[in-house]
Unconditional design. Structure first.
Length: 158
């Protein structure tokens, strides 16, 4: 559950909670599910780091979230172990970025900020009016998610 100062504003599903923990806490004790050419893939996260920056793009306020993840396969179809992994990584990047964007927009719509975007804004924009300015910016801020997933191996010994 995500709360404001007085009450629950949003309840996340288990998958959304896991994704939130990954983004907010660099939570590595988790796995990800994905698809590649119609086949199910499951990867375990071995290392993760996320960071964000506030900015403007074409005059619109933006929050750019960069997520770097290292993974190993837990479940994959036969034959994938010998394949080139770049197309799989690209597909996982696209799916992960899409999921992150949907979660960030859902949190934004509930008007809560558990990741601390507003705190960063206030820290980098001094002045008495910074908080009021942030409150007017946040509902319309555009999120940009850059996922960089690197497959390190198969998790099996040959």
């Amino acid at each position: 559950a995500l709360l404001d100062k007085t009450k629950v504003k949003l309840i996340l599903s288990p998958a959304e909670s896991q994704l939130y923990n990954q983004l907010a806490e660099d939570f590595t004790k988790s796995s990800m599910h994905g698809m590649f050419e119609g086949l199910d893939l499951v990867v375990a996260i071995t290392d993760m780091h996320s960071s964000f920056r506030l900015g403007k793009q074409n005059g619109q306020d933006t929050i750019t979230l960069d997520v770097k993840i290292k993974v190993v396969f837990e479940e994959a179809p036969k034959g994938i172990y010998e394949d080139q992994w770049q197309p799989i990584e690209q597909n996982l990047n696209k799916e992960y970025a899409k999921s992150c964007l949907a979660l960030l927009q859902k949190i934004q719509k509930a008007n809560v900020d558990p990741i601390g975007f507003g705190l960063r804004y206030r820290a980098t924009h001094p002045g008495k009016e910074a908080w009021q300015k942030w409150q007017s910016i946040y509902p319309n801020v555009k999120f940009i998610v850059n996922a960089n997933i690197k497959i390190e191996g198969t998790g099996i010994i040959k």
